[in-house]
Design a protein around this ligand. Structure first.
Ligand SMILES: Cc1ncc(COP(=O)(O)O)c(C=O)c1O
Length: 375
């Protein structure tokens, strides 16, 4: 593997979390909630533990869970989907890895939109394909001119992420019109759409690629219960794909994990009908507004936050340090951990932006704000 440039150092998320622990900083770096999860979900887990769901689940996923997901997609998005088009995975990360293994081969090209989440590139390198990094525009929306120019006959996959980590931007219907043009003009292209923050949008509604027939039949969509049910440690999620792509994905999934934790599948299948997307959104919108209101009294400048549980801020009024050094300084001198946005770029482009996670309880956010406002 030495000839493949896969990172051999711990990810920035581990580095910043370790530093945050070392200095007792408020950790707004890693994206995980720090408040109790829904008691009904805990009850569903207890019930599942006492039941008989302890042996291998069906490899495509527990039928009751896939049915609950189908109903959620039907009700929430008004979109049809069949059970055969759903696969339960060990988190979004495995869904992404499996999809790339299944659909991409050596010599292919895969277009990634920077800044992007760190688990897209490595699987591309591991299959011997070439990642082509195209930067989003300065306001973190797709630069359709650059994307169109990057796609050619070798491009197998275009990986998109909407709502977007780290920026919190959400695509418009015009963006989807452009994506449809690209799909129509490139018959070999498949879209891998990472929609793990699908239920977390505020000023602009999330549109799934599944909403457009032409895109649905050419896309794999990835979701995460870690994000939706606020249980990031459970590492469970799912993907949806049209049956021709699903057949190829299942061949990899079968030998990678075979099937996913049966108890958690059982528990989530019982809880999912109780999940209330609008309540979930409202709670996060309140957190987002509280956090932005607090930051407005600081020297940090908030960029737009239309979705996700991340707030990107510009610190150029405070320091000229590069963003990695700034984050280390922020932990050591001011006790708040953040993620530098440059690490999401292949080019390590540094705009003096850092990403703060507001999936935290009021006490944590208040403590962080007190510290941030003193800088
Ligand atoms: C954009 C994005 N995709 C995928 C993941 C991974 O999700 P999971 O924990 O379900 O593997 C994350 C987690 O932070 C993410 O932010």
């Amino acid at each position: 593997m030495d000839d493949i440039s896969v990172p051999s150092t711990p990810s920035i998320f581990s580095v910043m979390t370790q530093l945050a622990n070392q200095y007792g900083a408020v950790n707004l770096a890693q994206g995980f909630p720090d408040f109790p999860i829904d008691q009904k979900l805990l009850d569903a887990v207890s019930e599942a533990v006492q039941s008989e769901s302890h042996q291998y689940a069906p490899y495509q996923g527990n039928l009751a869970l896939r049915t609950a997901i189908k109903n959620l997609i039907n009700q929430h998005n008004g979109l049809p989907i069949s059970l055969e088009e759903l696969l339960i995975t060990a988190g979004a990360t495995q869904a992404i890895f499996t999809t790339i293994q299944a659909l991409v081969t050596a010599g292919d090209e895969v277009v990634l939109l920077d800044p992007c989440y760190d688990c897209y590139e490595t699987p591309v390198l591991l299959v011997g394909a070439k990642p082509i990094h195209v930067e989003l525009s300065l306001d973190f929306l797709p630069d359709w001119h650059a994307i169109t120019a990057a796609i050619n006959a070798k491009t197998k996959l275009l990986i998109i992420n909407n709502p977007h980590n780290p920026s919190g931007r959400v695509w418009t219907s015009e963006d989807f019109s452009k994506l449809i043009d690209i799909v129509n003009n490139n018959p070999n292209l498949t879209i891998l759409s990472d929609e793990v923050y699908e239920y977390l949008t505020y000023s602009r509604q999330h549109i799934s690629v599944r909403a457009y027939d032409i895109l649905r039949v050419r896309s794999v969509v990835v979701s995460s219960f870690g994000k939706t049910l606020q249980v990031t440690g459970w590492k469970i999620g799912y993907l949806s794909a049209p049956t021709n792509l699903m057949q190829r994905i299942l061949r990899v999934h079968q030998y990678l994990v075979f099937s996913v934790n049966s108890v958690m599948q059982d528990a989530i299948s019982k809880f999912l009908p109780l999940f209330n997307p609008s309540l979930f959104r409202t709670e996060y919108q309140e957190r987002m507004m509280f956090f932005r209101e607090g930051l407005s009294k600081s020297r940090f400048i908030c960029l737009p936050c239309e979705g996700t549980y991340f707030q990107t801020v510009d610190y150029s009024q405070i320091s000229t340090q590069n963003d990695v050094d700034f984050c280390k300084w922020l932990i050591k001198e001011h006790g708040v951990a953040a993620i530098p946005v440059s690490v999401f770029y292949e080019s390590n482009k540094d705009f003096h932006y850092i990403r703060l996670c507001f999936a935290k309880d009021q006490k944590t956010l208040t403590k962080a704000l007190e510290r941030l406002c003193k800088i």
